[in-house]
Design a protein around this ligand. Structure first.
Ligand code: ZN
Length: 125
C-alpha cells in the first residue's frame, strides 16, 4: 500500500511576501508499487485501444493513439514516486483557512489560486 506522508510547507502570497505555515498531504510509492501502478495504467490504455478496434473508421486514429498514450503515461508513472493529494493552511492574502487540491502534483514550488480570494498562492518548502 502507498504511504501517506504529511509534509510541512509554506504558503506565500504573490504581493505580500509573508509566508504562512501549511501542511501538504502526499502519497508515496515504493519502487514495486510504482511498477505495479505503471503496468496497470498500461493495461488500462491498451484495453481501451483493443475496444476501439470495434469502432469503424475512428479505429485508424484511436487504436494507435491509446496504444502510444498507454506507453507514455506508464513511463511517466514509473518514475514518479509521489502524488500530491492536497494542502491545507491559511491564505497569505485573505487569511482564510483553505484546502487546495493538488491533482497528483507533489512538486514544489507550485502555484494554485486561492478558492476564496482568487490570488495565487505559492506552495514552497
Ligand atoms: Zn485567499
Amino acid at each position: 500500500m502507498p504511504q501517506e506522508i504529511i509534509k510541512d510547507i509554506q504558503f506565500k502570497g504573490q504581493q505580500l511576501k509573508t509566508a504562512t505555515p501549511a501542511k501538504m498531504w502526499i502519497q508515496s510509492f515504493n519502487e514495486k508499487e510504482q511498477k505495479v501502478r505503471a503496468i496497470k495504467t498500461l493495461l488500462k490504455f491498451w484495453g481501451i485501444a483493443a475496444l476501439c478496434i470495434l469502432i469503424p473508421i475512428a479505429h485508424f486514429l484511436l487504436v494507435p493513439l491509446f496504444f502510444v498514450m498507454g506507453i507514455v503515461k506508464s513511463l511517466k508513472l514509473l518514475h514518479k514516486a509521489e502524488d500530491g493529494l492536497y494542502a491545507e493552511g491559511s491564505c497569505p492574502s485573505c487569511e482564510q483557512h483553505v484546502k487546495l487540491t493538488l491533482e497528483n502534483n507533489a512538486e514544489l514550488p507550485q502555484w494554485i489560486d486561492c478558492p476564496n480570494c482568487k490570488q495565487a498562492i505559492e506552495l514552497n518548502k
